[in-house]
Design a protein around this ligand. Sequence first.
Ligand code: GAR
Length: 194
Amino acid sequence: MKKIVILFSGNGSNLENIAKKLHGKVEVAAAITNNPQAYGIQRAKRLGIPIEIIDHREFPSRESFDEVLVQTIKQYNPDLVVMAGFMRILSPIFTKNIKNAINIHPSLLPLFKGAKAIEKSYASDMKVAGVTVHWVNDELDGGKIIDQACFHREDESLEEFAAKIHELEYNLYPRVIANLLDISLQKASLSQEV
Ligand code: GAR
């Protein structure tokens, strides 16, 4: 079975969604977080996914954190590294060593890069909004786009808008992972449940 490692920093809803939707088709070899308080740790525990906590505050530099992160990822020898709400700017130590990493970003890139993308997208006068899955390279949210999904905006509140964005993420990300790993979606236990 193909192996992925998931990197996250907070809530972990994408982590849980990916693990559930690709259950039995992909092995989530580990979930790695930089945040010991991340709620996603509870989710990963419930799902029986091995967890690695690498607290970035314990490292003197971005590079020294990335070195340990790279070593930890390599121990699992994953076919794909999946970033799901991993809120770290990566140094060249990471990008030179890990070539098979993808990320999901809650905007239609190249618009609204960086933090607070949902808020920036909501505040814009764009009539469509969406999400992007892209390869990770040395430019923040700047790697080659793999796929996107979008919706036409109505008069949503920010909360409704954010919920629509997350719904797109929960549909798109497992499908992209399955495609990249050459796994048949029909056989994957893809349900609409999160
Ligand atoms: C997701 O919306 C993801 O797109 C975003 O963080 C959220 C994580 O939610 N990522 C970024 O903004 C990356 N720049 P989750 O922890 O519940 O999966």
